[in-house]
Write a protein that binds this ligand. Sequence first.
Ligand SMILES: C[S@@+](CC[C@H](N)C(=O)[O-])C[C@H]1O[C@@H](n2cnc3c(N)ncnc32)[C@H](O)[C@@H]1O
Length: 218
Amino acid sequence: MRLRRKPWIDTAIHDFDEFVFSKDAPASAAQCGHWAEVFGRTAPLFVELGTGKGDFICQLAAREPEANFIGIEAQQDILYQAARKIQEQGLRNVRLLVFDINQIDEIFAPEEVAGFYINFCDPWPKKRHAKRRLTNRTFLQRYRRLLQPGGKLCFKTDNRPLFDFSLEEFAAEELGIAELSYDLHAENCPENIETEYERKFSGFGEKINRCVVTFPRG
Ligand SMILES: C[S@@+](CC[C@H](N)C(=O)[O-])C[C@H]1O[C@@H](n2cnc3c(N)ncnc32)[C@H](O)[C@@H]1O
């Protein structure tokens, strides 16, 4: 997802400094291992990778007020839209980071995260780009280190080749599959929270794949 660059957002994003770590006020190693202090309370920490415009994290955070949530998104202009929603809804349990997921080890300490959400990540269809897929085994090894024992990864995509690739990577890492669906919307799943991409692609008739991956104790 690419938006036309809006330079005014570089200033406007600071309206949300209370809960957004932006490009020029970035999250840093100082927060690593100290997210409970940033939130002002100890609570399970869930992280969405590639948050986009924020519908998912807002609804989830509203539904689970007892948990802390962090949304990570590389594009500040997109994250700005998520920030507006958080403020409009008065959510106190969400922080947003303009950050590159490739550097994720710099901002979380081992076992700091209770669960990851990856929704409709870029599929990187070319084989030579497989290492960039967020469900590639090298990413899984990094998530494993950051997850608490019993931690989970919830993954959704409309892209079946990416889903099949991901299941192979989960198996290669000997991870468990707690839930699996190749057509989520055909099932009775009232607790599902639709993302912006999910609405768009299911609207085109694409099937939505979903799985919940469990990380056994190391
Ligand atoms: C296809 S969109 C999906 C957005 C949202 N999760 C949804 O389901 O509607 C993928 C998002 O991941 C972000 N993204 C991709 N690679 C990233 C990276 N390395 N670090 C942070 N964000 C990234 C993109 O900017 C984009 O907003």
